[in-house]
Every structure is written in structure tokens, then in C-alpha cells.
Ligand binder design. Structure first.
Ligand code: GDP
Ligand code: IMO
Ligand code: MG
Length: 423
């Protein structure tokens, strides 16, 4: 039971990167289990800011092992540029990072396919990050994929050409212009960079480290409401972002898992299309976006903003079996006279606390209004020093969802974190 899981309970961007970085000193290993470069995990410390896409968020802690698990889809070009930006030296990083041979590769033509599919969707676009995620997972499921372990084969270039030719055949059916020559060159230099790292069947590594009693933190990407099965399909990503995804994405038994840390923002955001019942298309939404700097870490797109949605949060807690909740961005809600929390939905004139099956269902949120707090809380490090009305906001959430909020984040820096109980 020494593998804890940390994942997003909303539509992604809950602050996973910041919290994983803050929790890393308590772990020996940090392992990403799904998603790929669609993720953008931001970390801040010592007045510097970093955004990670493929690399686990424990990378800045010397002595910690980071693993890119089999459930991840891996783009070597993104990997190379990320490694170079870190500025820690390839030699040092190669000691801290291992890549699963079973992780599937995102090919340059997967990106083109992603864009061509979106282009054809017209007004029903998913709002994909266009990183090739969907097409790469599609090839995995249809047993046409290439994997990281394949790059070590002498005939890899031929394998690549065969896969690319199949993609080009599909693209003939799409009226979509592209030129991948420049990107292909970057991709192949990414392959050379990847080969400088340990590539192995990381399921053995993870299980043997767990047998040795090492503490492992499985880091999720995206969020539960973007899960392929339980999110607002079809406006979802192409992987299982939920706690079960950690087992398939790392090769571990559920019996080895311990805490499930569920992260949520004190309000809600979403990038891309799809239902968002508490969305605020008004000045309050604009204010949340501005104060919370709500712009995508991967694409720079403005994030849609709205009040906290407890109906969606309860659903996410149920699906994941979340044992502890971590609330981020409480500081962004400072200054409101009143804050609202959605406690149920009205669908077809009936009140319900169930998530709708159909992503196009019209949903009206029912709100409870609570008193806001005016103080700047970003320098507070002790729970009892937080404004009483914020503590009431948190108590209200805990009572509604039945799971304790054990950590409150009050700023982007790793130290702007209030822990209510030891890990
Ligand atoms: P992730 O994808 O879940 O890792 O989240 P992102 O990094 O995409 O987005 C979260 C954003 O909020 C980043 O810019 C973080 O630096 C920032 N952030 C995280 N926690 C807090 C917090 O408690 N307060 C504020 N103001 N910003 C935070
Ligand atoms: P992190 O890990 C927020 C969204 C996209 C789009 C949908 C499908 O930073 O929380 P995809 O590129 O996966 O095919 O896009 O999912 N999306 C995210 N939204 N945070 C993310 O990751 C996301 N990754 C994908 O905007 O709506
Ligand atoms: Mg993000």
C-alpha cells in the first residue's frame, strides 16, 4: 500500500504540478501514468517557473526517481525540448528519469491527424490540444502503434516509414494541407535524446521498488471530468485519468495503492469545448480568469471559469475513491462579497445530483451562497490563521462530500501550501 495516487478531480489544471513538486520530498519515486504532452504542469520555486508536459513533476528534487509509465503517450520532440529547457544536464537527468519501453510513441503524423480530425468536426470540435494524443491512443487500441522500446531496434526507421505511410493514406481522405519535414527532423533528434535515457519495462522497476518499501507517488494528468469513460464524452481526452488508470498505466495491482489525493480548485475552469454547468460568461468569470491567470499552460488558450461544482466533485470523488482532498487557488477567491457553490443540477425541470450521460444535455446549476473573504491570504501558512469565512467554505465542502480537505494551496510557489495533517 505504498503507492499513493494524485489526480485532478475537475477538468484539468487543478494545480497537480505544484502539489506533486511540494509533496515530492516525502516520496522516493514520482511516476506519470497516462496522458502525454497535452498536459501542462506548472511548478514555481526560488522565483523561477517551469512547465512540464511529459516529465514527472518530481524532477527538480535530486535523489528522487521519476518514471514515465507505459500508460503515457510519448512525443520524443517534446521530450527533447523539455529536457533542454530544464537546464539540469542530460547526464544528471538520465540518473533521475526512466522511460517505459511500453509507452506508445506519438508520431509527427499523429499530430497532423489530430488537426485534420478536428478540422472536419466543424462546430463540434473537442478543442483538442492538437498534440496527437487521440490518434496515438487510437493506434494503441487498434494494435497499430509504435512503442518507445521500438526505437532501440536496428530497423526502427523502416518501422516508422510503414506507420507514417498508413497515416498518409488516411490523410488522403481529408482536405487538410500539411508539411511535416521540419517537425520530423526535430522528432528524430528527440529519438536520439530519448536513447540516452534508461528505457525498460518499468512495471518491474515500480513493483520491485514497492516491494522494497519505497514510497511512490503516481502523478495523474488532465482531470476526472476529461476521463475517456466518465468525462463528458465526447468532450474528453483519450485516456483514463482516474485512479484505476494508475494501475494500468504503471503495471501495479490495486492492492499496492494507498492514499488517493484528489486535487480541486476552489472554483472551476475548463479549456476546450463541452459542458460546464457553472460557467460564468460575465464579469465574475472574467475576474476569475484575470486574478487566477487562467490561461492554458500548454496552448495559452483562455480557460473558461465558473463557481465550484460539488455535483461534479462528488462524482469524481466516488469514481476515484479519493481519500484526501487538496484545494488549490483559495487565494484567487479573495475579495468576493459572496461566493457560490453548486450543490445540484436542474435537468428537464427536475433537480438531480447525477452527472448526465449526454454531453449535450442542458443543465442549470442550483447554488448555495456563502460569505466571501476579503483578506489577501497568500502569505498565510497556518490553517487556523485563514479567514473564518474561508474555513466555513471548506467545512461546507467537507460536509457535502464526506472527505477531508487536508491541504490548502494559497499561491503558485511550492511553499505557498498549508498542510492540515502530516502525509
Ligand atoms: P496542472 O495542470 O494541474 O499542473 O495545473 P496548471 O499548471 O496547468 O495550472 C495551474 C496554475 O495555477 C499554474 O499557473 C500554477 O502555477 C497556479 N497555481 C497552482 N496552485 C495555485 C494556488 O494555490 N494559487 C494560485 N494563485 N495559483 C496556483
Ligand atoms: P493537465 O494535465 C486541461 C483538454 C483539451 C480538450 C480535451 C481533449 O495540464 O491538467 P486532447 O489534446 O487530450 O485530445 O484534448 O482535453 N485537455 C486538458 N485540459 N488540462 C489538461 O492537462 C488537458 N489535457 C487535455 O483542452 O478539451
Ligand atoms: Mg495544466
Amino acid at each position: 500500500m505504498n503507492i499513493d495516487i494524485l489526480l485532478g478531480l475537475q477538468w484539468g489544471d487543478e494545480g497537480k504540478g505544484k502539489i506533486v513538486d511540494a509533496l515530492s520530498p516525502a516520496y522516493d519515486v514520482i511516476a506519470r501514468f497516462q496522458g502525454g504532452p497535452n498536459a501542462g504542469h506548472s511548478l514555481e520555486f526560488n522565483n523561477s517557473k517551469h512547465v512540464l508536459h511529459l516529465i514527472p513533476s518530481g524532477i527538480f528534487h535530486p535523489g528522487k526517481l521519476n518514471i514515465i509509465g507505459n500508460g503515457v503517450v510519448f512525443d520524443p520532440a517534446v521530450f527533447r525540448s523539455e529536457i533542454e529547457k530544464l537546464g539540469l544536464g542530460v547526464g544528471e537527468l538520465a540518473k533521475r528519469l526512466v522511460i517505459s519501453s511500453r509507452a506508445h510513441l506519438i508520431l509527427p503524423t499523429h499530430r497532423v491527424l489530430d488537426a485534420a480530425y478536428e478540422n472536419r468536426k466543424g462546430c463540434l470540435k473537442i478543442g483538442s490540444t492538437l498534440k496527437g494524443i487521440g490518434p496515438a491512443y487510437t493506434d494503441k487500441a487498434s494494435r497499430n502503434g509504435l512503442r518507445v522500446g521500438d526505437v532501440l531496434k536496428p530497423g526502427f526507421r523502416e518501422l516508422y516509414n510503414e506507420h507514417m505511410a498508413a497515416h498518409l493514406e488516411i490523410l488522403k481522405g481529408y482536405d487538410y494541407k500539411f508539411d511535416i519535414s521540419e517537425f520530423e527532423a526535430e522528432w528524430f533528434s528527440g529519438i536520439e535524446m530519448t536513447k540516452r535515457f534508461r528505457i525498460e519495462n518499468t512495471e518491474y522497476l515500480v513493483n520491485s521498488l514497492s516491494d522494497q518499501g519505497r514510497k511512490i507517488l503516481a502523478e495523474g494528468a488532465q482531470g476526472t471530468m476529461l476521463d475517456l469513460d466518465f468525462g463528458s464524452y465526447p468532450f474528453v481526452t483519450s485516456s483514463n485519468t482516474i485512479s484505476a488508470g494508475a494501475c494500468t498505466g504503471l503495471g501495479i495491482s490495486p492492492k499496492r495503492t494507498g492514499e488517493v489525493f484528489g486535487i480541486f480548485k476552489a472554483y472551476c475552469t475548463r479549456v476546450g469545448s463541452g459542458p460546464f454547468p457553472t460557467e460564468l460568461n460575465d464579469d465574475t468569470g472574467d475576474l476569475l480568469r484575470k486574478t487566477g491567470c487562467e490561461f492554458g499552460a500548454t496552448t495559452g488558450r483562455p480557460r473558461r471559469c465558473g463557481w465550484l461544482d460539488l455535483t461534479a466533485l462528488k462524482y469524481a470523488i466516488m469514481i476515484n475513491g479519493a481519500t484526501k482532498l487538496l484545494m488549490t487557488k483559495a487565494d484567487v477567491l479573495s475579495g468576493f462579497e459572496k461566493v457560490k457553490i453548486c450543490t445540484s443540477y436542474m435537468i428537464d425541470g427536475k433537480e438531480t445530483s447525477e452527472m448526465a450521460f449526454d454531453g449535450n444535455t442542458e443543465i442549470k446549476p442550483c447554488y448555495t451562497e456563502l460569505k466571501g473573504w476579503k483578506e489577501d491570504i497568500s502569505a498565510i501558512r497556518d490553517y487556523n490563521s485563514l479567514p473564518g469565512t474561508l474555513r466555513e467554505y471548506i467545512s461546507f465542502i467537507e460536509k457535502e462530500v464526506g472527505v477531508p480537505v487536508t491541504m490548502v494551496s494559497v499561491g503558485p510557489d511550492r511553499i505557498a501550501t498549508i498542510t492540515r495533517e502530516p502525509l
